[in-house]
Design a protein around this ligand. Sequence first.
Ligand code: FMN
Length: 188
Amino acid sequence: MIQETLITTINDQGQPHIAPMGVHVEADDYIILPFKPSTTLDNLLNTETAVINYCDDVRIFAGCLTGRRDWPLSPTETINGYFLSDSLAHSELRLQRVEDDVLRPKLICRVVHSVNHRPFQGFNRAQYSVLEAAILISRLEMLPWEKIQSELDYLRIGFEKTAGDRERQAWDWLMAVIAQHQQAKGLL
Ligand SMILES: Cc1cc2nc3c(=O)[nH]c(=O)nc-3n(C[C@H](O)[C@H](O)[C@H](O)COP(=O)(O)O)c2cc1C
C-alpha cells in the first residue's frame, strides 16, 4: 500500500525540510522513493533518519508545491528532527538500506517510534481532490494540457460538494499555479 504523507528531514546544519511523498508500506518496511535531485534524498542519506507525518491539513501538501514550506514544527522524541505540529500522528524512522537508481532510489526505513496526537476525522472528498491536484501540479511539465484539464474538471466535483476552509485555501493556491502555467504556455 502507498500512503500519501509529509516527510520531514533535516540537513547537516539541523535545518528542517518538508516534502509530500508517497510511502510504500511492505510489512515492517517503510519505503520512500524520491526522484533525483531531491533535498529529502540528500538529507535522508546524510542523517539516516526521517519522519512520516500523517496529516489531514491538505494546505501543507498544496503549500509545499506552491512555495509555502514554513509550517509549525515540534522536536521529535527519539531521533534528531522535527514532526509537523498539525499532524494527526507521526512515526520516527531510521534508514536501513538503500537501493540506488539513476532516477528514483529506494530508501528502506524502519519505524523506531510512533506517536498519536489527535483522532482521524473521517475521509473527505475535497482533501482527495486537493492531493490529486497537487500531484498533477508536480507533473505539470510532463503531462499534456488536455489531461490536466479533464482531471481537474472531475476533481472539482467532489471538491465543491465537500470542501471546508482549509481545502478551499489549498485549492486556490494550486489553481493560481495552474493559471500561471496556462498564461506562460499561451493556453488561455
Ligand atoms: C501527494 C504527493 C505525493 C508525492 N510523492 C512523491 C514521491 O513519492 N516521490 C517524489 O520524488 N516526489 C513526490 N511528490 C512530489 C514532491 O513532493 C515534490 O517534488 C518535492 O519538491 C520533492 O522534492 P524535495 O525532496 O527536493 O523537496 C509528491 C507530491 C504529492 C503532492
